[in-house]
Write a protein of this length. Structure first.
Length: 333
């Protein structure tokens, strides 16, 4: 029996989830809630993915050859009675509704479980990073976060490297611009974010630091995370500078540790020995592709590590992984 998903937010992540659901035999998008014009949303689907070129919008349904998804105009959590559609999960892909109260509104409107597509602002039943802590999930989890693309990429690299003994870490994500940035200078939430995303490298905050410490308590007060949004539409890179406890650490040991993790998780950790650039990673479904040529050593114990990720595409895939992880607990299918 298919896993039924109610989707709130039909932006880049939401449309990617819809596209991937058409490829899967066990995933069904039963309902889509968005504030946008459904005919324009259909047009975007037709232009964005090969397998959605023939999707149509008829009688308030997005229709493909094999499925139909009810469209609902809604603005806030609680606007949709999810129980009417008998969905197993609600995925909030808006990126806006990140508090526990927001999630509770979905639950009170008939959602059985809610997965938000980004990091939460406050408490959450569980943050699930596929490949790191999916074994910790519980039947009682109702308010769930699938993290962010950066969180997933970083957590997988750190899980590989923590056994080597880490003293401190500085992480910078060199990140493609996002939908909440303006392509022209316009007043935004702060001074730097008011500048044109298409013309500038813009320093930005990263919320990853707090949640990495939650996921790996041994790294509490040892990690600093920040972001640079750059004028690139797709494709992002992690740049880690890691001070290890031992002065004997070397490039080969670091590379080997990540390569071994890739062998255990080849669907989410990739390895490249090629001199890649950001456009080479577009369309890669893995959470991180480790760049062996980017590993450098400075001084006695400082190692630089690089990894690449297609932030939108890979994160949609991880959200579906989290959905499937919970569906295996029973009681939902």
């Amino acid at each position: 029996m298919a896993i039924k998903i109610g989707l709130m937010g039909f932006g880049a992540i939401g449309r990617k989830l819809y596209s991937e659901s058409l490829k899967a035999n066990n995933i069904e998008i039963s309902a889509v809630c968005d504030i946008g014009n459904p005919e324009i949303l259909t047009y975007l689907l037709q232009k964005e993915f090969e397998n959605t070129k023939k999707v149509s919008f008829v009688d308030n349904y997005f229709r493909s050859d094999t499925s139909k998804s009810r469209f609902l105009n809604g603005i806030n959590p609680g606007d949709v009675a999810w129980d009417l559609f008998d969905v197993d999960f609600v995925v909030d892909a808006t990126g806006k509704f990140r508090t526990y109260d927001h999630i509770q509104k979905h639950l009170k409107s008939g959602a059985k479980r809610v997965i938000i597509s980004t990091l939460p602002i406050d408490k959450i039943d569980r943050l699930v990073i596929h490949g790191v802590n999916e074994d910790s999930i519980k039947v009682d989890d109702k308010a769930i976060s699938a993290g962010s693309s950066t969180m997933n990429a970083l957590a997988l690299l750190l899980k590989s490297l923590i056994p080597l003994g880490i003293s401190s870490i500085n992480m910078t994500t060199i990140h493609s611009y996002t939908s909440d940035q303006s392509l022209q200078d316009v007043v935004g939430p702060d001074f730097r974010c008011s500048r044109s995303a298409s013309e500038n490298i813009i320093p930005n905050e990263s919320e990853t630091e707090k949640w990495i410490s939650e996921l790996f308590p041994s790294l509490d007060n040892k990690i600093n995370c920040n972001a640079l949004n750059v004028p690139v539409k797709k494709g992002s890179m992690l740049d880690l500078s890691i001070a290890f406890n031992s002065d004997l650490i070397n490039i080969e040991e670091v590379n080997s540790s990540i390569i071994e993790s890739s062998k255990l998780n080849p669907n989410i950790i990739g390895i490249t020995n090629d001199p890649v650039v950001s456009s080479d990673i577009i369309g890669d479904p893995r959470s991180i592709v480790f760049d062996t040529k980017g590993t450098l050593k400075a001084g006695e114990n400082l190692i630089k590590v690089l990894g690449w990720y297609d932030n939108g595409h890979c994160h949609a895939m991880r959200i579906l992984d989290v959905v499937e992880n919970y569906s295996k607990l029973g009681g939902l299918q």
